[in-house]
Design a protein around this ligand. Structure first.
Ligand SMILES: Cc1cc2nc3c(=O)[nH]c(=O)nc-3n(C[C@H](O)[C@H](O)[C@H](O)COP(=O)(O)OP(=O)(O)OC[C@H]3O[C@@H](n4cnc5c(N)ncnc54)[C@H](O)[C@@H]3O)c2cc1C
Length: 465
């Protein structure tokens, strides 16, 4: 397809944010063009989704395809590194309709499905087409981008709006000097896909597993079942710890410092060690840095930044895709109003106020996770009846928060997080609950294999033997 000369809306990047904003605008009759540097399907990190994505999938028209092709996720289990405590948070405790069952995805398939769906809704998609520069000061408030197509040919394309959905490349924010790092949340993730592993300890019932690493690592391990025979396993640690470990491995003549570091960290958790013992790595390990930042400016009269292109915060609560897709949805509604009425400012102001509240709440919950004197998500459930009786509302709120309900009731969640971060409460709770091993009971969301893995996924695994 030849490169266009103009469109109403130009979108940089065809990941979940770009596909969402462009599909919703095309559904409302606007001419939208997406420029995507890669050819899809392409791999990406970030594979576990929140129940609150459900409504967006319905609106995009992909919910049935999700049910057919992706793994179902009833909740998340947090585990201490020594395996002594673990807590299973089931979304079904607070969400009573079918959306309590979320999804885990292979990103090559998920992102490709969303981009093809955008095309099916009339979005013009140009893959292997990199945006090289952007000009926000065109005549009469227009914008233009210079793009390079698959054959290297460059073209200038103009529009009324440009949306930056370029992910952690932060195309516009990086060029404008708007990007600011959160130094204290500076982490590095190293991850790989595995097959032939032991589907034990809740993986067979679709749970996302998060192992606390604690101490100087300030990190965690994720284990995500992304197929009936495939898991994604990643280690997240403080950047300084990562650099020190790699330097030590180099000094001890390791031939592959990334691999040696990765495997050594996985083996610190008895749970993960048992999962991988019989498995083989089929993809990776890959390293992802560039963690935790936000852009000072997020929108203006003819541009908007969505998803990771404006803010990225530590993915501990698997919130990134929902934050990104829902902000893209809110921005699409606002731009529709702008393109239709000619004045988008009030709608964009309102959308970004809601978006800022959601990111603030998630960031606060992340700081709670890393706070050594606050209640720990792995130990909370060990409290059993005690915590549930005394802090029933707080625990219900945390379930909602883990499910993704942070765009609507930020103030309430903020108060709950303050309560859980109170060191006095933590000290009392530690004596009565954490230090009593008899309270560390196993818990489950009660799913069986056939509910978690679709027919298609089971057949695929069987074919691989
Ligand atoms: C280690 C790690 C673990 C994570 N785990 C989770 C998780 O479990 N659950 C979750 O919900 N989220 C997770 N996330 C976050 C999640 O991956 C992101 O929030 C999500 O991918 C954001 O989508 P996006 O569309 O904004 O950006 P992306 O998915 O990154 O898409 C951006 C697209 O823009 C394209 N692009 C970039 N520059 C240009 C250019 N100049 N021209 C044209 N195209 C360009 C890229 O090729 C890319 O396809 C994780 C992130 C990390 C780093």
């Amino acid at each position: 397809m030849p490169l266009p000369t103009d469109a109403d809306v130009l979108v940089i990047g065809g990941g979940p944010s770009g596909s969402t904003v462009s599909t919703l605008l095309a559904q409302r009759g606007h001419r939208v063009t997406v420029f995507e540097r890669e050819r899809f399907p392409r791999d990406h990190v970030g594979e576990s989704l929140l129940p609150y994505c459900y409504g967006i999938f319905e609106e995009l028209g992909v919910l049935e395809a999700m049910k057919e092709r992706m793994v179902r996720k009833p909740g998340v289990r947090f585990i201490d590194v020594d395996g002594r405590h673990h807590t299973t948070w089931c979304f079904g405790h607070v969400i009573k309709d079918e959306s309590h069952l979320s999804f885990h995805v292979r990103r090559d398939r998920f992102d490709d499905m969303l981009l093809r769906n955008a095309e099916a809704h009339g979005v013009e998609v140009h893959e292997e087409t990199r945006v090289r520069s952007v000009d926000l000061d065109g005549p009469e408030g227009t914008v233009s981008v210079v793009v390079a197509g698959p054959d290297g040919e460059e073209r200038t394309v103009t529009g009324s709006y440009v949306i930056d959905a370029s992910g952690r490349d932060t195309f516009i924010a990086a060029r404008m000097g708007w990007k600011k790092a959160h130094d204290e949340l500076d982490r590095v993730a190293t991850s790989a896909h595995w097959e032939g592993v032991e589907f034990n300890g809740g993986l067979d019932e679709g749970l996302l597993q998060i192992v606390y690493l604690g101490g100087e690592k300030k990190g965690w391990i994720w284990v995500i079942p992304i197929g009936a025979d495939r898991v994604s396993i990643g280690v997240v640690v403080n950047n300084s710890y990562f650099k020190e470990r790699r330097a030590e491995l180099r000094a001890s003549r390791s031939e592959d410092t990334t691999l040696d570091y990765y495997l050594a960290e996985l083996r610190t958790s008895p749970f993960v060690d048992a999962v991988i013992r019989s498995g083989r790595m089929v993809q990776g390990p890959v390293v992802n840095g560039n963690y935790s930042y936000k852009s000072d400016t997020k929108y203006g009269p003819n541009f908007a930044l969505v998803g990771d292109a404006h803010t990225f915060i530590d993915p501990i609560f698997a919130s990134g895709i929902y934050l990104s897709m829902n902000s893209a949805r809110l921005v699409a509604y606002a731009l529709d109003e702008a393109l239709t009425s000619g004045d988008g400012k009030p709608a964009l102001d309102a959308a970004y106020e809601q978006i800022a509240g959601a990111y603030r709440t998630v960031e606060k919950a992340i700081r709670l996770f890393y706070n050594p004197t606050a209640i720990n998500f792995a130990q909370a459930g060990s409290a059993g009846e005690l915590i549930h009786e005394r802090h029933k509302n707080a625990m219900a709120s945390m379930h909602y928060l883990l499910a993704g309900d942070f765009f609507r009731r930020h103030e309430e969640y903020s108060r709950v997080i303050d309560l859980l971060a109170d060191p006095k409460l933590f000290a009392r709770y530690k004596t009565f609950v954490v230090d009593r091993p008899e309270l560390a009971t196993a818990s489950t969301c009660g799913m069986d294999r056939a509910q978690v893995f679709s027919e298609m996924l089971l057949q695929e695994a069987a074919a691989r033997g």
